[in-house]
Design a protein around this ligand. Structure first.
Ligand code: 3PG
Length: 307
């Protein structure tokens, strides 16, 4: 039985060592494909894999077709929009994620980006502080909850959250205001931090109608997915409002145009950095391999996302 870790953006070395170790201890052969340049390399590598560990790597129908022995794919991370779930389900391939394992890394980056924006991207001029400012958390999952906690307890921000899938009491129990609608969230908060997944319902959903509700000195922060933003609308709001900033860990398709038109008001990390810490890689990598071992040993499907 062979486990392949195919990660275009490599895991930290310590994470790879641990995955390798756990694979060996449980009688699995382990193969690693890192920094691969094209899909041909991936198609070749998956041919004899029984299990696949990926990050944001695209697991398309073509990849699944090539992986004739494949029984399970684990996305070492939270969002699984990079995996063709329908094709996997048709082929009887189990798909899992490792929820929560890299969320602290993403939450810390979100706060780092917020400080960076508040201080004018370190341009030397007087900026503003986060203390006492309002922050809206759009989706209160693992990352959203941590961002809320650090912002509230660490920075003294006033935090609200909107999440139709989380009971209001659970949000209130954390000392966070639970707002009843997404419109309310955008209307009431100077900072909004996105933590929604990219789904058919959320793609393009962060649009002009929502963004134009944000109060003066607004900053939209995206450490989720670029697909959730309506890129034409973000350009429109940036053009209309000189007080509006957009900071993202996932460069939009119109990044160059936005940087040119709105200098000092937009920032995009050169590469998605949210989960790029040794700790997050180790946590998510170990969880992924352990889930594979448990699946083959006991049929455990706790984290399956294509049930
Ligand atoms: C996730 O969904 O877990 C994050 O976006 C991290 O993605 P990455 O593993 O590609 O850095």
């Amino acid at each position: 039985m062979k486990i392949l870790a195919a990660t275009q953006k490599p895991f930290a070395e310590a994470a790879v060592q641990k995955i390798k170790e756990i694979s060996g201890q449980n009688g699995f052969e382990f193969a690693l494909l890192e920094k691969y340049s094209g899909r041909e390399e991936l198609l070749e590598a998956v041919k004899d894999a029984d299990a696949l560990i990926v990050r944001s790597d695209k697991v398309t129908r073509e990849v699944l077709d090539a992986a004739k022995n494949l029984k399970i794919v684990v996305r070492a991370g939270a969002g699984y929009d990079n995996i063709d779930l329908q094709a996997a389900t048709e082929k009887g391939v189990v798909v899992m994620n490792t929820p929560g394992q890299n969320s602290n890394a993403v939450a810390e980056l979100a706060l780092g980006l917020m400080v960076y924006a508040a201080r004018g991207f370190y341009n030397g001029k007087p900026g503003t502080e986060l203390k006492g400012k309002t922050l809206g958390i759009h989706a209160y999952g693992h990352v959203g909850k941590l961002v809320a906690k650090i912002a509230k307890d660490g920075f003294g921000m006033i935090v609200s959250a909107f999440d139709p899938f989380i009971p209001e009491e659970a949000i209130l129990a954390d000392g966070v205001k639970a707002v009843k609608s997404v419109e309310e969230l955008y209307s009431q908060n100077q900072y909004v931090s996105l933590h929604i997944p990219a789904t058919e319902q959320t793609k393009n959903s962060i649009n002009y109608s929502l963004l134009s509700r944000m109060p003066k000195g607004a900053t939209l922060l995206n450490t989720a997915r670029k697909e959730v933003i309506n890129e034409a609308d973000i350009e429109r709001i940036l053009a209309e409002r000189e007080d509006f900033k957009y900071v993202s860990d996932i460069a939009p398709d119109n990044a160059e145009s936005l940087k040119e038109k709105f200098p000092g008001r937009v920032y995009f990390t050169p590469k998605k950095m949210g989960a790029q810490t040794a700790e997050a890689n180790i946590n998510a990598g170990i969880a992924a391999v352990n889930q594979i071992v448990k699946y083959f040993a006991e049929g455990d499907v706790t984290f399956q996302v294509n049930k």
